[in-house]
Design a binder for this molecule. Structure first.
Ligand code: GLV
Ligand code: MN
Length: 198
């Protein structure tokens, strides 16, 4: 989904912020070495000791500058038993997931509000079409592990509960009570759950 590159590679120079461009400028080719094409961050298990019981470790262009202009990226998703990577969508990418460990309920909801889901096991893959709200939940008794891949160097993630209830500045309660057809106390309660993570 990202535009095609105009050169072999363009290792992102993340330190150059003065000139806004679509992506990042390239570090000088004479300084590029093999290590610019390697990233070790996904070798490390994520900490799932949090209310969702999940952890997403990104290997996007910000973590791995070698991806700049290449239109691809990857995440590692660790799920404790019962853990949930909460409903979210990526504004800039389709997502292709492979389950490496565990039994993982993966679902997305189309723009027609049709819910598509499956329980996946080791080696199975699942595609989330661009922009669709989706989640992964570990429905097994062991730890779950997935690798998720994207056709964007920076797919972005809008996490539905956080967008609605932990935005900064906050979405007004009158909007949320009307949208969800509930009393203000319900909105306050949910906002209080996410106060620490906002
Ligand atoms: C999972 O849905 C992810 O975005 O990594
Ligand atoms: Mn996702």
């Amino acid at each position: 989904a990202d535009p095609d590159p105009l050169q072999d590679f363009c290792i992102a120079d993340l330190s150059t912020t003065s000139t806004p461009i679509n992506g990042f400028p390239c570090k000088p080719a004479s300084n590029v070495t093999a290590s610019d094409f390697i990233y070790n961050g996904l070798a490390v298990e994520g900490n799932t000791t949090n209310p969702f019981g999940s952890n997403v470790t990104p290997a996007n262009v910000l973590a791995f500058p070698g991806l700049n202009t290449l239109g691809i990226s990857m995440n590692r998703v660790d799920l404790a038993p019962g853990g949930l990577n909460p409903p979210h969508h990526h504004p800039r990418a389709s997502e292709l997931d492979i389950v490496l460990k565990g039994e993982v309920l993966i679902g997305f909801i189309s723009s027609g509000n049709v819910y598509f889901s499956n329980v996946l096991r080791e080696g199975q893959i699942f595609v989330i079409p661009k922009g669709m709200i989706h989640f992964q939940m570990n429905v097994g008794k062991e730890k779950g592990l997935l690798i998720t891949t994207f056709n964007s160097q920076l797919p972005g993630a809008v996490v539905a509960p956080l967008a609605l209830f932990a935005a900064n500045p906050a979405v007004p309660n009158k909007v949320l009570t009307k949208a969800l057809q509930v009393d203000e106390s319900v909105v306050q309660l949910i906002k209080s759950k996410f106060a620490a993570s906002s």
